[in-house]
Design a protein around this ligand. Structure first.
Ligand code: SF4
Length: 378
């Protein structure tokens, strides 16, 4: 029997500065710290390959995320990838993605990454209006995104994603539509459009509390989500997940693993894994991470074995976000397991969840309330 697909996630925990809205675990980039981290990560790759059930299974996707992976030199990313190839068996059509901030990558880097086997570049554009970037404390400028995409294409990349956020402080519907229209002229194969959420303990949360920045307007965000669906749909992108759009054949294989309750091994500080029914995560502290690996111990901090009920719950919560949905009996079994039958029937009656051909998914209206519905069924 063919083993189920397995993904590898590498968390690169450095950024040049922290954006106002960001609550991820990260460190401000320092060359010496980054060099020590790369040594630790390379050590972790070898240790993991020998200790996990991941060992020997073909890897379908490798994802360099962060943080900002491209604050590392291309040669460092390539050394990490080479170590992965030494210890894991990559499928011949393995999708290998590198996330990049457009201002941290050159054409030369892109050529090197492509030659090393990277198949997909994902640029954090966020907005195509400089004023929006300034208001969220995001370094860089729109023209850098335009240049980075054109350089990636010139280098030979054919699979390019742009990450966008909407509902930014003072962003209007028209300005969001201009951002979408500008992105479409760059012809990416994939677009991720996330509504801004205000995380605790961020500069943005503090700015809103002090009335230096307006709080996101939920009804405007809903209109913006609808505008994205309309404009991107008209341009030939399929909305295959609540926040993700792709040209045919370009859905992100790695992210699909998360939404289909697939298995993945996460390496790097704070990286999360799901293997063999167990969720586990690495320590979210670079010093503790380095110390653990210096002693040849995997830096795993917590480990939870999910019961069958919990595995089904996660399959339902993530799978409803997919446009292809989940088998309807998953939804009803989950509802019976957790006493959610009444709320499930209500969501169906309100047409927030729809059943089509024996499969259940969020309806168009339901997608606009995806997080609320997930909270009701979790
Ligand atoms: S670049 Fe990304 S990870 Fe880094 S601070 Fe900004 S949002 Fe957070």
């Amino acid at each position: 029997m063919t083993p189920p697909p397995l993904g590898l996630y590498l968390h690169i925990p450095f950024c040049l500065q922290r954006c106002d809205f960001c609550a991820f675990y990260l460190e401000i980039y320092r060359e010496g710290r980054a060099e020590a981290f790369v040594r630790s990560l390379i050590h972790e790759i070898g240790l993991s390959a020998h200790q996990h059930v991941a060992s020997g299974r073909p890897i379908q996707s490798v994802y360099f995320g962060g943080g900002t992976p491209t604050v590392l030199a291309a040669t460092q990313l390539i050394a990490i990838l080479s170590e992965i190839r030494t210890h894991f068996a990559l499928a011949s059509d393995c999708e290998i993605t590198v996330e990049a901030h457009p201002s941290t990558i050159s054409e030369q880097d892109l050529v090197q990454l492509l030659q090393a086997g990277v198949t997909r570049m994902s640029f954090g554009a966020e907005s195509m209006e400089d004023g929006d970037l300034t208001r969220i404390g995001r370094p860089g400028a729109v023209h850098e995104t335009v240049v980075a995409v054109s350089q990636a294409r010139a280098a030979g990349f054919t699979n390019i994603n742009l990450d966008l956020m909407y509902g930014l402080p003072s962003q209007s519907l028209e300005s969001w539509q201009r951002t979408l229209a500008h992105c479409l002229t760059l012809e990416p194969t994939h677009l991720s459009c996330y509504a801004l959420t205000v995380e605790e303990d961020t500069k943005l949360a503090s700015n809103i509390q002090r009335q230096r920045s307006p709080a996101p307007d939920e009804s405007l965000q809903i209109e913006m989500g609808e505008a994205a669906q309309r404009m991107l749909g008209d341009a030939g992108y399929e909305r295959y997940e609540v926040s993700n759009y792709a040209k045919q054949g370009y859905a992100c294989r790695h992210n699909l693993l998360y939404w289909t309750n697939g298995e993945y091994l996460g390496l790097g500080p704070s990286a999360q894994s799901y293997l063999d029914g167990i969720r586990f995560g690495n320590v979210a502290d670079l010093e503790a991470y380095d110390t653990s690996l210096a002693a040849s111990h995997l830096p795993i901090e917590d480990r939870t074995r999910l019961s069958e009920k919990e595995q089904l719950r996660d399959a339902v919560i993530f799978g409803l976000r997919l446009i292809r949905g989940i088998p309807s009996h998953y939804l009803h079994q989950h509802a019976a397991n957790y006493g959610y039958t009444a709320i499930t029937l209500q969501l169906l009656a309100q047409q927030l969840i729809e059943e089509v051909g024996g499969r259940s998914r969020l309806s168009t209206r339901g997608r606009l309330q995806a997080d609320t519905i997930a909270g009701q069924l979790y």
